[in-house]
Design a protein around this ligand. Sequence first.
Ligand SMILES: Nc1ncnc2c1ncn2[C@@H]1O[C@H](COP(=O)(O)OP(=O)(O)OP(=O)(O)O)[C@@H](O)[C@H]1O
Ligand SMILES: [Mg+2]
Length: 279
Amino acid sequence: MEKIQSAIAKARAQRDSQTAAPAAAAQRTVEQAAPLAATPQASDAAWDALPSADVSLRRLRAQRIVTLDRNREAAEFDKLRTRMLQQMQANNWRRVAITSPGPTSGKSTIVLNLGFSLSRQSRSRTVICEMDLRRPSLKKICGLKTERDFVEVVNGNAPFVDHGLRLRPNLAIGAAQSPVMMPAELLQDAKLGAILNDMEATYDPTVMMFDMPPFQISDDMMAFADKVDCVMIVAAAEKTKMPELDACEREIANVTNVLGVVLNKCRYESVDSQYEYYG
Ligand SMILES: Nc1ncnc2c1ncn2[C@@H]1O[C@H](COP(=O)(O)OP(=O)(O)OP(=O)(O)O)[C@@H](O)[C@H]1O
Ligand SMILES: [Mg+2]
């Protein structure tokens, strides 16, 4: 762990010295970043109109969602949530995409854990959007029994109220039913930018989290990068290789802001945690 931590720091220092202003230039445009917000009453009504999902807490726990209530395991995610929020609010960012160099590093698990952790802060509002349109997994992980399909929203066929669900009063999710053809084209489309702006204006979320596919297997993350403020990268301890992580971080930093790297699945835990975060 020490090794990967110092390697990340070294790679980042090198990258920063090579590029004068790595990501600052790559902001969402003013028009994209500042949609007209709904009035507080209108956004309350929009949240009220989203149906509640019937979720089994037992199933969620079995899927490693540990942040449903305050507990020792949740505390690690609560720390990650706080650091994420602090960084995002300091920069006036609302949208964060979560990716990893390779597959099965724990992205979707982390997105949901952060979502439930955020939901325990009653004044926050979080919207989770499934953007892994190649291998959607949120419906399965949450055990959602629903025909609602976030792909209909992404395609511009229906508003979020028709396909979103609430996992908690202040935690909404858009989960896809099945993979789509040519996801990168969809993710790149300016039409999707307008749809997300509209969602942001309607629901006035504190944070919008986008569960992405692995970086290496497609150009989906790069295609979508202009629609988010920042990206969190998840690395799997003892699986993600340093050059892969470095390449992923470098390429993302060329187009948007890297929020930080989360080292997941740590076998040798530093304190009592399976997660390490380098912001
Ligand atoms: N900290 C952890 N320790 C052990 N197993 C974990 C941890 N985090 C996630 N997992 C498990 O790893 C598997 C993959 O997790 P998840 O689906 O969240 O990864 P992913 O990065 O979203 O995968 P994909 O690339 O397929 O989208 C799941 O079985 C999950 O329960
Ligand atoms: Mg996933």
